[in-house]
Design a protein around this ligand. Sequence first.
Ligand code: SF4
Length: 400
Amino acid sequence: MVKNLSFSYSKMGMYQECPQKYKFRYVHMLPEQPKSYFAFGTALHEVMEYIYNPANAAFPTLAQALDYFEKYWNKTSFEQKGYASAEKELAGYAEGRRIIEAYYAKYAASFFHPLSVEMKSTLEMDGLSLISILDRIDYLGDGKIKILDYKTGKAVPNTPEQLYMYQKIAENSPTVKALVQKQDPAAKELRVGQLSFYHLPTLEEVTFERVPDKEIFTFWQRVLQVADNIRAGKFDPTPGENQCRWCDYRNLCPVFTGKDYDPLGAKTAPRPAAVPPAPEPASEQDALSQKIDRCGALLEEAKHLQQEIIALMRKNHFERHFGKQFKAELSRVEKLEFTDKEKVVELLRTLKLLAKVLVPTQSTVAGLLADASVPAQAKAQLQAFARKTEEEKLNIEKAD
Ligand code: SF4
């Protein structure tokens, strides 16, 4: 049996923006850099879920909502959130607090329990495995629902297409149907009555009536066409000034490198999983243990990243390459390798040089050859056991 294609509105959006970008993200599974606007939006969605959670009889006070926001916000560092600095992260935090306070001032007196909040679902339909998160569903009575999508960016999208997708999903979802029937056993048919984008920064709502079936049909044909293109492996890049400037895959993209991306060439070893945010420590010792584990995991990830960077630079014959903030330089350094360790130690003993190295390792013995106090004849004898090798050295530093 052919597996359904895992699909969502955001995946479709990325494919429409640039099929090559979709390929990097969902075929090669290369993660994107963290983005501060995603972290900010996710934190506010968390707070809205906390406020409206139907499992709680009472609604949280403003102080509780702010406290919840603060705890969630502090689970990750500014780098993990994608902010450029701690100051910018602080400004994001202050803006989040401002929005929550304004939301309470406007709505706290009229809070009510919606049908569901942050409903995550996967619906199998037309060869697709449709993944969605419906931010809030309100019951309007008579089997009708309102789907509300929170927005936290500068403005709401200028097309309600995302809501078309949600209407299609909700009206075909057994989970939403069951929720409606539980709330209103007399309801005969589940239908979307209203759709809306709710812009949290301005507390403004843009509402749409149910989208007629004919428009949904046309939209759905476009969705299926995108899915067909993905299945057919159509991933030609569609470069554009805006999308390329902010694209995380620019350094791998054939439009910029002039070569097809070869995932095998970039792979040296399986990459460790991304380091997840640590839970709240119970004590200072716990905090220390967490920091040690976290640091170890980050170092491991950095090591794998370095291997991947070296492989890619070698493959593309790059000696230097630039990211948005850092540059990488690959150089070859000569190294001496002493092969017969026992004979070298014996020679050092004879030459009375053993005390100089304390522990004879490859680098301490090589250091003797550069030591001005070691006689030239002794150096020549040592040199006879040395073999010259070359190793690649990767240096990453802030770009000027
Ligand atoms: S750099 Fe531009 S063309 Fe290349 S994947 Fe990104 S958006 Fe597409």
